[in-house]
Design a protein around this ligand. Structure first.
Ligand code: GDP
Ligand code: MG
Length: 301
């Protein structure tokens, strides 16, 4: 299955809710009027795009419909796709990792796919000829370290790990040292995501960031927030929580091969101006793609 098919299959739920309802709107549709636009707006809001983003999209669509004299279903759908795409294309999606070494800090709540995404990214970067070190800074469970170790092996990356329960910031400190000593290109830091213990988690994250600030002051840094694509409105809260403590440079949207909604990300990108950089489309090492807004909106509508 190609990327587009996988994505399309993964977005079935969004597709169904969008498609079914859009078709319903069109079934009763005689002309593109305010009633039609209202119904469309309602669908967007219900599909987790959020109020502001939905209103913005419909406002822009209304202007285009007038200006371009759009009348039929296909033209309106195409314009709608383009308006969504415009929002998603808000900033550069390329990783900015031009210094040697540079660092990727991966954050997000439990179970969203951080460790898996790190495996996939490490693999990608290794294939590009980069020497990658991963830091097992989720020291909360031994299993978390083992899981990262398996991925690191598959990806051909070096892992820096310490005993269960040690201070995550000290693992990062050691990993930075090893990254420099071995002349590696990129350090990827895995972190814990226990948001139920928010204060502790954020303190931990701050300590990690302080170490990176101090030891890799001149180095390019990406802070990637991983979001589970099957999450609805709750993803907005997650962005808010992590934004308070980190300068997020990009999003990784995972699990778009499942019954993912995904639509929530359009609202997140719009309100935070943080781009989606990668998407996860499965549990295997190659199941990660660079985000493509055109394919994404095509899979939705
Ligand atoms: P973490 O707690 O954020 O580190 O999340 P993990 O990387 O451990 O992933 C949690 C679960 O989600 C695992 O069972 C992964 O296999 C699964 N997972 C991660 N990314 C994807 C994806 O893109 N698609 C699917 N189907 N499963 C994924
Ligand atoms: Mg993990």
């Amino acid at each position: 299955m190609g990327f587009f098919d996988k994505l399309k299959q993964g977005l079935t739920k969004t597709k169904t809710s969008f498609d079914e309802k859009i078709n319903n709107v069109f079934a009763n549709f005689r002309k593109v009027d305010e009633e039609f636009l209202d119904e469309l707006e309602e669908i967007l809001i219900m599909s987790d795009l959020g109020m502001d983003t939905s209103v913005k999209i419909i406002d822009n669509l209304r202007i285009r419909i007038k200006k371009e004299k759009l009348q039929d279903e296909e033209d309106v759908k195409r314009a709608l796709r383009e308006e969504m795409q415009k929002i998603l294309d808000v900033t550069d999606i390329n990783l900015k990792l031009n210094t040697k070494p540079s660092v990727i800090l991966v954050v997000g709540v439990n179970g969203v796919g951080k460790t898996t995404s790190i495996g996939k990214m490490a693999n990608r970067l290794s294939k590009e000829g980069k020497k990658v070190v991963v830091a097992a800074a989720d020291t909360f469970r031994a299993a978390a370290v083992e899981q990262l170790e398996i991925w690191a092996k598959k990806a051909g990356a070096e892992i820096v790990k310490r005993a269960e329960g040690v201070d995550p910031a000290s693992v990062v400190y050691d990993a930075i040292k090893i990254t420099k000593q071995t002349n590696a290109d990129i350090l990827i830091v895995d972190t814990a995501g226990r948001l139920h213990n928010k204060k502790y988690l954020m303190d931990e994250l701050n300590k990690i960031q302080k170490v990176i600030n101090r030891e890799m002051a001149e180095c390019d840094r990406e802070v990637l927030l991983v979001i589970d694509g099957t999450t609805g409105q709750n993803a907005i809260q997650q962005v808010k929580a992590f934004k308070e403590e980190t300068d997020i440079t990009g999003l990784v949207l995972t699990k778009l091969d499942g019954t993912a909604k995904g639509g929530v990300v359009i609202g997140i990108v719009e309100s935070n101006k943080i781009p989606v950089k990668f998407i996860g489309v499965g549990e295997q090492i190659d199941d990660m793609e660079i985000f493509n807004s055109e394919d994404f909106v095509k899979a939705i509508i």
